[in-house]
Write a protein that binds this ligand. Structure first.
Ligand code: PLP
Length: 400
């Protein structure tokens, strides 16, 4: 009898965490490493949020809470959805978990049966396919090519839908491409979904606030109210308020689904950290200045990185609408040999040689389901980004 489960054998560890660990190891060994792998803002959590957490500790808010969130936070989330997304949810339609990741995972566990298909646009956030597999479902990929701005077409979505399709996972702005769908582009997708009533929509709006150049963020249930009854609108405070370590994510959706998600949580982790929940109340209800400030910094960094990468021979980098990632193609580098003697046969060998020869850590595109590319997280200082891009340029110039 095998000790490890068959389910576990179907999933792989997160490649982004693997790159971050490898970069850390090299750093500890004394190498000069610039890590562009981790997807988290380099800014500190705003002070008003930290103070709310300290106040919660001092007030003794350190006990178990309701499994799927304290009433104050659910109320703040309802107000956020109404204010920012034009979506009306009652507290009974809200669930809170230990990070956006847990909301998505619990929702899949609560709903997938063997054979159920989940449509995932590629390039995708690394966790979607493995979470679907862990929950017993089957991922079905639809590719958004670079030439299409890494966005999928309504025709491709239509073609991927079968009677077994249970969910369509939608992520805009996207990790890893930064692509964000305009209202019109999203409406074209929701029109397709309206023709297939068995398909539910899991909208992962984690990067909602990181859109640039006046881009208008929209979410499926807002663009197509006809989908409201079969949409789970997922979000969290991790990226919007530089709170990745606090572990608070949330979702709004139909009450029966929200109850089912809470049932999974009640038999696994119980409530998310009580102190983090009070901090999240302040994040959502307090001053929102941080959001605009971070958006300005990220837009500047995006422009810096895109311009620098497009001067590297063999690399082509489109300008994404949002998030804090770029997803350049290395098609022009394939078949070459690096100055250090590495054969560049695919994006993984590119990323490995880049890390070993220049100390710049990026994540190779195969991890996200679209090659030959790599992902840069530009959520780091302008100085580190400038230096990293200079090293990438020298590496590309050294390819023969
Ligand atoms: C697209 C996307 N969704 C969800 C998450 C998870 O966020 P959290 O840290 O709140 O679990 C991430 C984090 O990297 C992400 O990139």
């Amino acid at each position: 009898m095998a000790f490890l489960s068959d389910t576990l054998a179907r999933v792989k560890p997160s490649p982004t965490i693997a790159v971050t660990n490898k970069a850390r190891e090299l750093k500890e060994a004394g190498r000069d490493v610039i890590g562009l792998g981790a997807g988290e803002p380099d800014f500190d959590t705003p002070d008003n949020i930290k103070q709310a957490a300290i106040a919660a500790i001092e007030a003794g808010k350190t006990k178990y809470t309701a499994v799927d969130g304290i009433p104050e936070l659910k109320k703040a989330i309802c107000a956020k959805f109404a204010r920012e997304n034009g979506l009306s949810y009652t507290p009974a339609q809200i669930t809170v978990a230990s990070g956006g990741k847990q909301v998505l995972y619990n929702a899949l566990v609560a709903t997938l049966n063997p054979g159920d298909e989940v449509i995932i646009p590629a390039p995708y956030w690394v966790s979607y396919p493995d979470m679907v597999l862990l929950a017993g479902g089957t991922p079905v990929f639809v590719t958004g090519e670079m030439e299409a701005g890494y966005k999928i077409s309504p025709e491709a979505l239509e073609a991927a839908i079968t009677p077994k399709t249970k969910w369509f996972i939608f992520n805009s702005p996207s990790n890893p491409s930064g692509a964000a769908y305009s209202r019109e582009e999203l409406k074209a997708l929701t029109d397709v979904l309206m023709r297939h009533p068995q398909v539910w929509v899991m909208s992962d709006d984690m990067y909602e606030h990181l859109v640039f150049g006046g881009f208008e963020f929209t979410t499926p249930a807002q663009v197509e109210p006809g989908l409201y009854d079969r949409t789970l609108t997922c979000n969290g405070v991790s990226k919007a308020y530089a709170m990745t370590g606090w572990r608070i994510g949330y979702a709004g959706g139909p009450e029966a689904l929200i109850k089912a998600i809470g049932k999974v949580q009640s038999q696994s982790t119980s409530n998310p950290c009580s102190i983090s929940q009070y901090a999240a109340v302040e994040a959502l209800n307090g001053p929102q200045d941080y959001i605009a400030e971070s958006r300005v910094a990220f837009e500047r960094r995006r422009d810096l990185v895109v311009a620098a990468l497009n001067t590297c021979p063999g690399i082509s980098c489109p300008t994404p609408e949002g998030a804090f990632y770029v997803y350049p193609s290395i098609a022009g580098c394939l078949g070459k040999t690096s100055a250090g003697g590495a054969q560049i046969t695919d994006d993984e060998s590119f990323a490995t040689a880049l890390l070993e020869e220049t100390g710049v850590a990026v994540v190779f595109g195969a991890a996200f389901g679209l090659s030959p590319n790599f992902r840069i997280s530009y959520a780091t200082s302008d100085a580190a980004l400038t230096e990293a891009c200079a090293r990438i340029k020298a590496f590309c110039e050294g390819l023969k």
